[in-house]
Design a binder for this molecule. Structure first.
Ligand code: FES
Length: 330
C-alpha cells in the first residue's frame, strides 16, 4: 500500500483511500470543504512521486505542471511526499545584489545573483528576507533562459519598511536571502496562437514584463496586449524598453494608460483595465494575467470572465498590503 510522507511523518494509505482521508484519518489537519474535487480547498503539492491524473482535474495548467493536486480526489498508487501550498515555499537561498537602479514610478530594480541555481518562471514571486526577520514578496521580472540575473521591481512606499530600506540603504555587493519561488501566474507554451491580455498597475508591471518577454522568447505568435496604468506618466516605467520590444515583435501591443487629467502624447487616457476592455470587448479563448491593487484585480478578473475568458485562463496576483503578505508587494 502506498505511503504518504507529510511533514516528516509517514502514513499508510489504504486501498481506494484518498490522501485527504488518509491524513485527516490520522489526525492531520488538512483544509477541506466539498471533499468532491470542486472547491479546491484541499490543494496540495506532490514534492516527490506521481499523482493520478484524476487528482488534477479542473486545476490550472500552471498548477498541474508544478505537481499540485486535490487531496480529496487523489487515490495514490505509489508513495507520495506531499506539502500544503503555504509550507512548500522552500529553503532560503543567499543572493547578492549585483545591480540596483532607480527606474521611473519610484521603482527600484534589483538584480540579484543566486548562490544556488533557482528554478523559476517569470511572473512567479519570491520572498525577500531581511536579517531582522522582515519578509516581503516580490514578483520576478527576469528570464532564466536568457541567463538574466534574478530581477525584482520594488516600489518605494511611504513608510514601507522593506521598500524604504531597499531604496535608501541596500547597496550593490550586499547579501540577503530569498525563499521561493511560488505562484502560478506564468506563461506556459502549448497554445502559441492564443491571445494574451496583461493588465497591471504600478510595480505590477514586473511579472507582466517577465511573462510577455517569456512568451515572445518561447515563440508565441498570437496577439499579446500589455496595458500598464498609473495616474500620471511619472508612475509608469520601462516605457522605452516596451516600445522597443513592440518594434521587434509585431504581435506585441503596449498601451501605457493614465487615469489623471494630463495625458501627454503617446499615452492613452483612462484606467488600464477600462482601456483594455474597450479595445478587447470579447475575451473568449484568451489568457489573462492581472497584477496590481486588489480592487482592480478583483473587478477585472470578474469582468474578464464575463467577457468570455475561462476562469482557468485568468491569473490574478493582487498586491497584499498587510505586513505578513505572501503575494507580490508594491
Ligand atoms: S475538499 Fe473541495 S476539492 Fe477537495
Amino acid at each position: 500500500m502506498p505511503r504518504i510522507f507529510f511533514e516528516k511523518q509517514s502514513y499508510t494509505c489504504q486501498d481506494n483511500e484518498s490522501v485527504l482521508d488518509c491524513l485527516t484519518g490520522h489526525g492531520v489537519p488538512i483544509p477541506s470543504s466539498c471533499r468532491s474535487g470542486i472547491c479546491q480547498t484541499c490543494l496540495m503539492r506532490a514534492v516527490e512521486g506521481e499523482v493520478p491524473l484524476a487528482a488534477q482535474q479542473g486545476l490550472k495548467e500552471t498548477l498541474r505542471v508544478q505537481n499540485y493536486f486535490l487531496a480529496c480526489a487523489c487515490k495514490p498508487t505509489n508513495d507520495l511526499k506531499v506539502a500544503l501550498p503555504d509550507t512548500e515555499i522552500g529553503a532560503r537561498t543567499k543572493v547578492t545584489v549585483l545591480a540596483k537602479e532607480v527606474l521611473g514610478g519610484n521603482i527600484t530594480r534589483l538584480r540579484l545573483g543566486c548562490t544556488l541555481p533557482l528554478d523559476y518562471h517569470p511572473g512567479q514571486f519570491v520572498q525577500l528576507h531581511r536579517d531582522d526577520g522582515l519578509v516581503r514578496s516580490y514578483s520576478i521580472a527576469s528570464l532564466p533562459q536568457l541567463e538574466e540575473p534574478l530581477e525584482l521591481h520594488i516600489r518605494h512606499l511611504p513608510d514601507g519598511r522593506m521598500s524604504g530600506w531597499v531604496h535608501d540603504i541596500l547597496k550593490t555587493g550586499d547579501t540577503l536571502e530569498i525563499s521561493g519561488p511560488t505562484g502560478q501566474g506564468f506563461y506556459l507554451p502549448g497554445q502559441p496562437d492564443q491571445g494574451l491580455l496583461l493588465i497591471g498597475t504600478g510595480s505590477g508591471l514586473a511579472p507582466l514584463w517577465g511573462i510577455a518577454r517569456d512568451a515572445l522568447a518561447q515563440g508565441h505568435t498570437g496577439p499579446i496586449h500589455l496595458y500598464h496604468g498609473s495616474r500620471d506618466a511619472s508612475g509608469l516605467y520601462l516605457i522605452d524598453e516596451l516600445r522597443e520590444l513592440v518594434e521587434q515583435y509585431p504581435n506585441l501591443n503596449y498601451t501605457p494608460c493614465l487615469s489623471g487629467p494630463n495625458i501627454p502624447k503617446g499615452f492613452t487616457a483612462g484606467r488600464a483595465e477600462q482601456v483594455a476592455f474597450s479595445h478587447l470587448p470579447k475575451l473568449t479563448g484568451w489568457r489573462v494575467f492581472l497584477c496590481g491593487h486588489p480592487t482592480m484585480v478583483a473587478a477585472t478578473k470578474k469582468k474578464a470572465f464575463l467577457t468570455g475568458a475561462s476562469m482557468k485562463d485568468i491569473y490574478a496576483d493582487p498586491f497584499m498590503i498587510a505586513a505578513d503578505r505572501v503575494k507580490p508587494a508594491a
